[in-house]
Design a protein around this ligand. Sequence first.
Ligand SMILES: [Zn+2]
Length: 333
Amino acid sequence: MGQRGGIDLGGTKIQAVVVAPRGAVLGESRLPTPTTGGPPDVAAAMVDAVRQAAEGAGVATSELDGVGIGSPGAVDDAEGTVAKARNLPDWEDAYPLRDRLAEELGVEVRLGNDVQVATDAEFALGAARPYSSILGVFWGTGVGGGIVLNKKPWLGRSAAGEIGHVVVRMRGRRCPCGRRGCMEAYAGRLSMERRARKLQEDGHDTSLFEIMEKRGRDRLTSGVWARALEADDSVAVELLDEAVAALGAGIASAQNVLDVEAVTIGGGMGLRLGEPFVDRIRAAMQPHLFVDSDPPAVHLAALGDLGGAIGASLLVKRSTRRAAGAASSERAG
Ligand SMILES: [Zn+2]
């Protein structure tokens, strides 16, 4: 009793977990996200992932208290739909993801924003446990953010936390969002890859793409960046320096507005590059902090890869307890 399921729906993988009431992971599974077809194909893969995680935990999906989903795109929990999930195949219109999964799994399903639920997880169970107000920064393909204020998730009108699109340079580099000078245009893995290709085309010597091919990848993964950095590749060093500078300016700017107690750094790049880069980001924030005598704590996210799925599972508790926030109810319990 009291076991919950959680799914982190990502552009490359679907991570599912089954957790105990206090958050311990009892079963997990990871499946590649379908790259063709459409929402029904992705939903079917999500069902498979939850079934596998439940099997690992030794329970039937119908015995779970519920399943939470952390999804990209425009998430509407009231309607049970997800729209505009542009890193998923053919997913522009609103799709009734909640009811589709509830039908297949035989349990209540709740929807949340992927980055916000990962922040809730760090707040409830991870690196931000000691604090009341935090900013979660997820440095990966893009740069996402989640906010908890006074123990409650802050969603704004639904789009709060988009820290990747804080402007760090007026008329700066083009961002994947189409605007210019966003933090993500310098720090997002996708933007960094585009920049690396451009530099290589312009005649700069770099081993990044060789490392990528040797590792059998078709993109510059966080592991490729880490390896190139170890090899002191000058393009990798330069672009990671730029990324850290942008993260420092962007996070410090958000801090000047929110004045939270702590910042957590997660995401594929953040987790792979780890503590040395958390230290570098902390230092890069310092000159931009208005109250530089009292900087926020900056921590590496503690739940790693599973944070998103664990956070999604917290949505179930939120709904059954009718508490204001998953995080607060979790910590009170
Ligand atoms: Zn942008």
